[in-house]
Ligand binder design. Sequence first.
Ligand code: FES
Ligand code: FES
Length: 194
Amino acid sequence: MASKLKLRVNGVTREVDSAPDTPLLYVLTDEMHLQGPRFGCGLSQCGSCSVLLDGAEIRSCVTPVSAVNGKSVTTLEGLPQWYAEQKTLAKAPELHPIQQAVIDEQAVQCGYCYNGLIVKAAELLSKNTRPSDRQIREAMNGHLCRCGTYPRMMRAIRRASEMMRDAHSGAETTAADETELAANATGDSAEVAR
Ligand code: FES
Ligand code: FES
């Protein structure tokens, strides 16, 4: 008998009964009863099924569960804990800053796409705490919102970026921060010039 697959989902190691070629999305929703990732297109086109795999966004509708054996998957539900681990916080917040910002900006309309938008934005902010508008647009480009909430999501990402910086405002600006700021300013200037 084949050995079961094991994956770490939102910090908990889980054994999986599904066949190895089962889409990860089905395992997360049907076997683990998680409600964040959603089925949209099933073709890697819309982003509603997105999760983080070792911190990088993937489309769970086209990812066989065998491909994530032994790896760490974070869903919408696990973002606060994932954020706390990244920032070495003693305790996970109730919500990841982007989740809070989406609420504060009242960004959601029907909400169907928002799993993917939030997961992708969390990935972006984990790599770049000061994304320029151009960088936000580039990062979010593969996520479809049929309600057209893109401007509100843009505001939510900017707000989350500020919240994350405010939370760590005691830290001195590092050389990496200065480089990031300069790069963002250059990128936005170039965009305005186009
Ligand atoms: S359902 Fe996976 S990308 Fe659309
Ligand atoms: S809020 Fe309805 S699809 Fe995005």
